[in-house]
Design a protein around this ligand. Structure first.
Ligand SMILES: [Zn+2]
Length: 287
């Protein structure tokens, strides 16, 4: 149901779930990444959610959802790149069509594949409608490299960046979520939040906790030197903003605490003891 199937991209999944629950769905998206199939799957689910007439979009059970899933919804229009580029006339045709009322329901969606192959003129033409879109129209742009798009276009879309397979570094969702919670708490420099985030892990098995601490170390390092690591996408912008407020000296101390914690776990010290010690020592490093 919903966006759950995108659990490999927790940030995207959580964002879309919140946007649809809060009914604050943007009128234009950009989905970027190198996995063509994943991008198309997300575009399909997202367009289904937009035209869905059920209670919780996408409900997967209403007629609109079923048509979207089968790829036969008349108000979901896919634009494929048919040559080496997408030309201005093709975008103008879309633009004219976008002002016509939907056939079936209240919304219509245009999915533009390979949007990074739009010529500059085509992008300018698209920009006009992105600036003032008809209230019933949503655009979903797919691309490999978002740097090929004009900054003016980028500024009008909500960018959903899909994680590269190598970037997940083999860390499962649950580990990543626990590690992120800890890093977020450290970034907030809140003793109580740090304690809460660690205590939430006290029932973990030793190997799981070892994994979480390794992941925290990785996130801290990635937050510091965003461009160096292949795992940088694991850190969301909010986390890296917060980490940037921690001094290098503090980070060094925290890294020491984390290294000691891993060593303790390997020496069979109980997880509950290790998490409590971590929380106290990290808070101490930040005082
Ligand atoms: Zn539905």
């Amino acid at each position: 149901m919903g966006f759950e199937k995108f659990s490999g991209n927790p940030r995207v999944r959580d964002y879309l779930t919140a946007a649809f629950n809060g009914k604050t769905v943007p009128h234009a998206f950009l989905i970027s990444g190198s996995d063509e199939e994943e991008k198309r799957n997300l575009a399909k689910t997202l367009s289904g959610a937009i035209v869905c007439t059920g209670e919780n979009s996408p409900c997967d059970t209403c007629n609109a959802c079923k048509k979207a899933e089968a790829g036969i919804h008349p108000d979901i229009i896919w634009k494929e790149c048919e040559g080496s580029s997408i030309k201005v006339d093709e975008i103008r045709a879309i633009r004219r069509d976008a002002y016509l009322l939907p056939n079936d329901g209240e919304k219509k969606v245009y999915v533009i594949c390979d949007s990074d192959k739009m010529t500059q003129e085509a992008q300018d033409a698209l920009l006009k409608i992105l600036e003032e879109p008809p209230r019933f129209t949503t655009f979903i742009l797919l691309c490999y490299n978002h740097n090929s798009l004009l900054t003016t276009v980028l500024s009008r879309v909500t960018h959903l960046k899909l994680m590269e397979k190598s970037e997940s570094c083999g860390v499962d969702d649950e580990t990543l979520e626990s590690a992120r919670a800890i890093v977020r708490a450290i970034g907030e420099r809140s003793e109580i939040e740090i304690l809460k985030a660690f205590i939430a892990c006290e029932k973990k098995k030793r190997d799981e906790m070892h994994e979480i601490i390794s992941c925290v170390t990785m996130l801290m390092r990635d937050g510091m030197v965003k461009s160096v690591s292949r795992c940088e996408m694991l850190v969301d912008d909010h986390v890296s903003d917060n980490i940037s407020k921690i001094s290098a000296q503090e980070i060094v101390e925290i890294m020491d605490v984390l290294r000691d914690a891993r060593a303790l776990i390997l020496r069979n010290v109980g997880v509950a003891h290790v998490v409590a010690k971590c929380a106290v020592q990290i808070s101490g490093a930040l005082m």
